[in-house]
Design a protein around this ligand. Structure first.
Ligand code: P6P
Length: 338
């Protein structure tokens, strides 16, 4: 008998140990995992499945949707609407929330997701992924968009599935970070790592360097010092990575450390950043914190931000705690400068 621990067994044993995963939440996580298996299957087909290329439509962000963006969104909606564990869903690909239809029972949870993050990489066969976040629905009234506007610290589960050389599900329910690798022969996610810890120190940063001329002073100062290497104030050389898929960059950081930055920049000064708070920054920030890292928008802990809009954007600096702290200090010093 293999000693492999399936996702189901892990969730059941977590519930038995500390009651952290009530039955409805366990069902939710397992349904999301099954949906990610279906998305992985569609992604892996690529051109053979006729799923590459644009869908000739735009999402609420004004971005051209890829066929797989829409497929992934539909898979997650269809997989989750009938189970009785959800009251409603929110997606990067849908302007409004999706309330579970009356033909199905409503549950106590809210599910938010970016169904296929990094979709600009789909057609060039670079890792992409699904990011999800789970909140509790406030009691006492019919579900509405306002119920989703909770700080990231209120999440009860968060994770992502990265569709790369392996299909890997990374999950937290507030007791550390666990990693499950898809065993395609068995068709199940198998526990391959738990209690992930992000190294406090790092020599690797992830940022889109082509935006350098648009950055604010603290970001420019931090990256300049990294680029000066061992002869500069940091006294060590740094390496740079940028996949342009947040799931791939965050997975690398969870696995070997680093700092990920998508800061505010002057290209669109009225936007606080590019990434979305509710279904990108919040779940990733909780995972990073659960693995001993840190996540800030430069001024405050991302998980403390109280959202005002479902699709609001945020500046993101996350990863190895000492590096994130360094960037935050630079923002504080810049704020005190005359
Ligand atoms: P850029 C993907 O579109 C995404 O939302 C994140 O996954 C990724 O980190 C970022 O945008 C990449 O942005 O401007 O480098 O293409």
């Amino acid at each position: 008998m293999s000693n492999h621990i399936s996702l189901t067994r892990y969730l059941v044993e977590q519930q038995r140990v500390d009651g952290s995963i009530p039955a409805q939440l366990r069902l939710l996580i397992e349904v999301v995992a099954r949906a990610c298996k279906s998305i992985s299957h569609a992604v892996n087909k690529g051109a053979l499945g006729g799923v590459l290329g644009p869908a000739h439509s735009e999402n609420v962000q004004g971005e051209i949707q890829k066929k797989l963006d829409i497929i992934a969104n539909e898979v997650l909606i269809e997989a989750n609407e009938w189970g009785g564990h959800l009251a409603a869903m929110a997606s990067e690909e849908m302007e409004d929330i999706y309330i579970v239809p009356n033909r199905y029972p409503q549950g106590e949870y809210l599910l938010l997701f970016d169904p296929l993050d990094g979709s600009s990489n789909i057609d060039v066969n670079v890792s992409i992924g699904t990011i999800f976040s789970v909140l509790r629905k406030p009691e006492g009234h019919d579900v509405a968009e306002g119920d989703f506007l909770q700080a990231g610290s209120q999440q009860v589960a968060a994770g992502y599935c990265v569709y790369g050389p392996q299909t890997t599900l990374v999950l937290t329910v507030g007791h550390g970070v666990a990693v499950f690798t898809l065993d395609r022969e068995q068709g199940s996610f198998v526990l391959t790592q738990e209690h992930l810890q992000v190294p406090e120190e790092t020599q690797e940063f992830a940022i889109n360097m082509s935006n350098m001329r648009h950055w604010d002073v603290p970001t420019r100062r931090y990256i300049d010092e990294c680029l000066q290497g061992r002869d500069g104030p940091r006294g060590k050389n740094f390496n740079m990575r940028w996949v342009a898929s947040m799931v791939a960059d965050v997975h690398r950081i969870l696995t070997r450390g680093g700092v990920f930055m998508y800061p505010w920049d002057q290209r669109e000064p009225n936007k606080p950043g590019k990434l979305r708070l509710m279904y990108e920054a919040n779940p990733m920030s909780w995972l990073i914190e659960q693995a001993g890292g840190a996540a800030t928008n430069g001024h405050q802990r991302i998980l403390d931000i109280v959202p005002t809009q479902l699709h609001q954007r945020v500046s993101v600096v996350l990863g190895s705690k000492s590096e994130v702290e360094q960037v935050r200090r630079y923002y504080a010093e810049a704020a005190n400068m005359p």
